[in-house]
Design a protein. Structure first.
Length: 256
């Protein structure tokens, strides 16, 4: 009932998997000052972690955001044609030469890839030595699970046996805690299957800010000028660790 009452009027009745919905979501992000500040913070976290040296930076799942405005040299991509996105690319079949990419970056995208193992194999091939996967992803805490179950339609299956799920649609198909599964729960499997990819960071953060923003599905719940106060609350150590909803996840390609 609460979700229905707070739903953003522009998103009612839309097909989640339609390219037009992705374009609308980007418009919503840009129109909500508090939510836009969330994305700007995410993008700065990604940029701060880009490795030095040559090679292209590829963003996957770019359609609903504006990372390209922050980092104009990025190759932006999505799985279907979206206005303002450079290329249509399936993360499981990257059209790049071996050892050619400096980084692969994404926000809220990894958990929508139906077969993360195939993506990691492609990333391992395409990233140059010291190249990185840098992702902002949902994180597995009790609070995060409650938030997703109350306010999201995405499946939440931290006990999933596999890293894949049935392919239904670009956004409707998902397992929200997938980044946590791969980098924490199944880290030994990751090391065995992809020895050239090491986990260099999993930093949980942002317990309340995204929820306070209303995200892309709900109305604005806070004015933009309140962002600093919410950030200070979010960065209190005990709250950040226990109630994190997202995490910065970084994998780096090494020569083994």
């Amino acid at each position: 009932m609460l979700t229905r009452l707070l739903a953003h009027p522009a998103t009612k009745g839309l097909d989640l998997d339609a390219p037009e919905t992705t374009t609308l979501r980007r418009d919503i992000v840009l129109s909500k000052p508090f939510l836009r500040a969330v994305y700007e913070e995410w993008y700065q976290l990604i940029i701060d972690r880009l490795p030095e040296g040559g090679g292209d930076v590829l963003e996957i799942g770019a359609g609903s955001g504006f990372f390209g405005d922050f980092f104009p040299d990025a190759i932006t991509s999505d799985v279907f044609p979206v206005d303002g996105v450079d290329r249509v690319i399936d993360a499981r079949e990257l059209p790049f030469a071996d050892s050619s990419l400096r980084a692969i970056v994404m926000t809220n995208t990894l958990h929508h890839i139906p077969d993360v193992g195939r993506f990691l194999a492609e990333a391992e091939r395409c990233l140059r030595p010291s190249g990185r996967i840098i992702a902002i992803e949902p994180w597995n805490t009790r609070w995060s699970q409650l938030v997703h179950e109350r306010f999201h339609t995405e499946p939440w299956r931290p006990d999933a046996e596999d890293w894949s799920f049935p392919e239904s649609g670009p956004l409707s198909g998902a397992n929200a805690p997938l980044a946590w599964i791969v980098t924490v729960r199944d880290r030994d499997r990751l090391a065995g299957d992809f020895p050239d990819l090491i986990v260099v960071e999993t930093t949980p953060f942002m317990p309340f800010r995204y929820l306070a923003s209303g995200g892309v599905s709900l109305r604005s719940l806070q004015p933009g000028w309140m962002y600093g106060a919410w950030k200070r609350l979010d960065e209190l150590g005990p709250l950040r660790r226990r109630f994190a909803v997202f995490a910065v996840v970084v994998l780096e390609r090494v020569d083994t």
